[in-house]
Design a protein around this ligand. Structure first.
Ligand code: ATP
Ligand code: MG
Length: 260
């Protein structure tokens, strides 16, 4: 990575370092310009959330990990942004919960798929699906993202889609899959269509998922099932929206921006 001068005291330091990772992925040709813009939308919501993992995200992470540990055939779907931001975490999480890894791209080119698989291999992956085997099609979808591996997403019961598009999340749900999304916007179609929505930044959520997976692995399957059945995604989304609204009002008030 090129040397970048971000002072240790800079208030947006973490966020700027994350941007650099995406820019690096863009220069290497596996992050698309649309991915940079999507990240900007995410940053805006992260700013409103407070750039920290909130209780509603922690609760969703536990349910997501339980779903993964109980799954028959779990798959983690990886796109360009995820490969740029958390490639090592994808590999480690897949290892801990026994999931397959599949490259799946909205703006698919064989070269990008290959580059992303390479990044995952450099980070310790031994097998990556979606490279030469993305021959199955998700019904009703028209982007290249409908192409999936017949050994991966097509037959998965639980799919983790960090940074997903709304249409595809809805299509995966219609196929009867449990969809776990990581999305900073609790109002997006992805967030609302997913079975479990982790409203947090992937760079914070992925390491936390690994930590919780190592801990929850020791629980019995009936305890994990209980965790999952008592989970209510609607309530989590409501808590996320309420948190953003209250935080925004609190900040505005303390800055003297509210006159009522
Ligand atoms: P949808 O298709 O679900 O309605 P959208 O069209 O508003 O969503 P997209 O452009 O499809 O959004 O994808 C960007 C989404 O990814 C945004 O909702 C944004 O909050 C989220 N996002 C971007 N970067 C991150 C990140 N680092 N961590 C978590 N979420 C992120
Ligand atoms: Mg979208």
């Amino acid at each position: 990575m090129e040397d970048i001068e971000i002072p240790a005291s800079h208030p947006r330091r973490e966020s700027l370092l994350v941007r650099e990772k995406l820019i690096e992925g863009f220069k290497k040709g596996f992050v698309v310009p649309q991915g940079l813009i999507a990240h900007g939308r995410g940053e805006c919501f992260d700013y409103l959330i407070g750039e920290e993992t909130q209780p509603f995200a922690k609760e969703a992470i536990d349910a997501a990990v339980a779903a993964f540990l109980l799954a028959r055939y779990p798959v983690i779907s990886v796109n360009g942004n995820v490969a740029a931001l958390t490639p090592g975490e994808v590999v480690e999480l897949a290892d801990v919960v026994g999931a397959k890894i599949e490259v799946n791209l909205f703006y698919r080119t064989e070269e990008r798929v290959r580059k992303i698989a390479e990044v995952l291999m450099e980070n310790g992956a031994t097998h990556v699906l979606g490279v030469d085997d993305a021959t199955a099609l998700i019904p009703e979808l028209f982007s290249e993202r409908r192409r999936v591996s017949s050994k991966g997403i097509l037959i998965a019961d639980v799919v983790l889609v960090p940074l997903e598009d709304g249409d595809r999340t809805e299509a995966l749900r219609r196929m009867g899959k449990t969809v776990v999304a990581i999305d900073l916007n609790p109002l997006s179609r992805t967030a609302r269509a997913a079975s479990i929505t982790i409203v947090d930044n992937v760079v914070r959520a992925m390491p936390l998922m690994i930590k919780r997976a190592k801990e929850l692995k020791r629980r019995s399957s009936s305890e994990l099932k209980e965790l999952l059945t008592s989970y209510d995604n609607e309530r989590i989304l409501r808590n996320a929206v309420r948190h953003i609204a209250q935080r925004l009002l609190g900040i505005a008030e303390s800055e003297g921006l509210l006159i009522c």
